[in-house]
Every structure is written in C-alpha cells, then in structure tokens.
Design a protein around this ligand. Structure first.
Ligand code: ZN
Ligand code: ZN
Length: 289
C-alpha cells in the first residue's frame, strides 16, 4: 500500500452512476481493503449511486459521505462544486439534477449528429451502452468511437472528434457557481469548491463564500504540494473546511489517480456531516417562521 499518510477518507470518487468505471459497491469494497474508513460518493449530476454505496458501507464498516459534483461555468472558466449530504426532500436539488441530466443527453445527441455529418456512423444506442449509470458523458461517446474503430484511445477520440476545438465538439449547458452553491445550501448540503488549483480559482473565493460556500478541496490528485499548502492557508483564513479526495474514476479512465491516495481525516468527514445538519436545522426553522 502506498497511500499518503494520514488519509482516512477519500471524499471525491466517481462511480458507474456517472463516468467512473467501478460500481459504488466495488468502490466501497476496494476502499475497505485499502484500509480507508470513509469515502465520499460524488458523481456528476446524480445521486443514483448513494443507495448501493450506503449498503456496501454498512457491510464493510465504512462511513459513506453522500455527495454530488456540479460542473459550473463563469466567464468561460469551469468551476466544479461539490455538494455533500444534501437532503433531497428539501430545496430544488433533484429538479436541478434532472434538468442537468436532460441537458447532458441533449448534448450527446448533438455530438452524434455532428459525428454523423462527418460520416462517422455511431448511434445514441451505441453510446448508451457504455453509460450504465444515469449521467451520460463524452467518455461514453469516446468509447463508442473506439469500439467502432474510429479512434484508438480516449485521448485520440477527444483530440480528433469531441474535445474542445475538435469538429464534433459541442459546448455543454452550464449553471453558474452561484446557482450550484445556492441550490446545494437550500437543500441543506455543504458546498465545497473542488480542485481550485487546476484553474487557480481563489480570486472569486470571497464572492462564492457570500453565496454560501463552506469548504475548499485542498488535497486533490491534480494539486501540487504548493497548491495544497496555499489552499489550506486560504481555508484557514476564511474559516472553510479543508476537504480532500482523489477524484477517482477508475485507473483506466484516469491513469495514476489511485483511490485513497488523496483525501482527509475521518474527523473532517464528521465535520461536514455536522455542518449539513446545522444547515438543515436552520432551513427547517426558516420554514416554521
Ligand atoms: Zn471536477
Ligand atoms: Zn470529480
């Protein structure tokens, strides 16, 4: 085992519910065998992996932090927001997720249309075959392209057909960071800025805190040691929870990103749950007033 010291919980993991390669159960089982004490399930735009993960968590004695990851955009810059432990019965999170999934599907159809005009014969069914979960995405289109012999790898498929600037590229529908943060908070969840180091997002931090941001993902597979130190400092400065996770998708999808090599303590997992509980109580009180 070559896990980084002190990691007890990997709070950023994708499963087959979105674009990960492992089922929630496989992921939890593997996390347990690595000696982790908790995992966060943070699939894109869907909560459909939660139930299976929680069952497996009970079986293997692991804490499961229920989460989602929302891709947002502001001024052309991509900003990912993690939402932990939202209550699906309050606020409009489920409606928003449904809408976003619909938008993903419509985008996939547009990509296929463009591929067809390039004389590449793949169908929505070819792509759906690879999306065993609910959130369809470009990796699934890429897999269909590989299977049909139009590309030899994911990278190749993105570079030649569906990546930014390629002929069948279609921009996706995006909500703003504000919309994501507020939707998560209204559902009693904890909003965390994911991997801020990739795009150096600290410039807007104070604005997002004013919308309800409560955490910063400091430990992440794409952060350097300097990134991590800088964001830890910022988390402390603004009183944000410092969270962490690998952004695991399965090593075949993201080579080198191993489960549990990035993350945080079990205490942080509990702290996030506590914060969510407090938000929920406040939201409920507001409803009574
Ligand atoms: Zn992300
Ligand atoms: Zn992610």
């Amino acid at each position: 085992m070559n896990r980084k010291q002190g990691v007890e919980a990997d709070l950023h993991c994708h499963t087959t519910a979105s674009d990960g390669l492992w089922s929630p159960r496989e992921l939890v089982k593997e996390a347990a065998s690595l000696g982790l004490k908790g995992v966060g399930i943070t699939d894109h735009d869907t909560v459909s992996g939660w139930e299976e993960a929680e069952k497996a968590g009970q079986e293997y004695g692991l804490e499961i932090l229920k989460g989602i990851e929302l891709n947002t955009e502001v001024d052309g810059i991509e900003v990912h927001i993690l939402g932990y432990e939202p209550d699906l019965k309050i606020g409009g999170l489920l409606e928003k997720l449904n809408y976003l999934r619909g938008a993903r599907y419509r985008r996939m159809l547009k990509i296929i249309e463009r591929l067809n005009t390039l004389n590449i014969r793949i169908t929505p069914e070819d792509v759906e075959k690879y999306a065993s979960g609910e959130s369809i995405g470009r990796p699934h289109v890429a897999q269909a392209l590989i299977e049909a012999g139009y590309a030899h790898s994911l990278k190749d498929a993105f570079a030649r057909y569906i990546g930014f600037g390629a002929p069948a590229y279609v921009a996706r529908y995006k909500i703003t960071p504000q919309e994501a943060i507020e939707t998560i908070r209204q559902a009693g969840g904890v909003a965390v800025l994911a991997h801020p180091g990739i795009r150096r997002l600290e410039g807007s931090l104070q604005e997002w805190i004013s919308y309800g941001l409560q955490g910063l993902e400091t430990s992440h597979s794409e952060h350097s040691a300097e990134d991590e130190a800088r964001y830890r400092e910022l988390a402390e400065k603004y009183g944000l929870v410092a969270t962490g996770g690998s952004d695991f998708h399965g090593e075949k999808r993201k080579p080198g990103v191993k489960l549990g090599e990035w993350g945080t303590s079990l205490e942080t997992l509990y702290r996030i749950r506590d914060l969510a509980r407090h938000t929920r109580i406040k939201t409920e009180l507001k409803g009574i007033e």
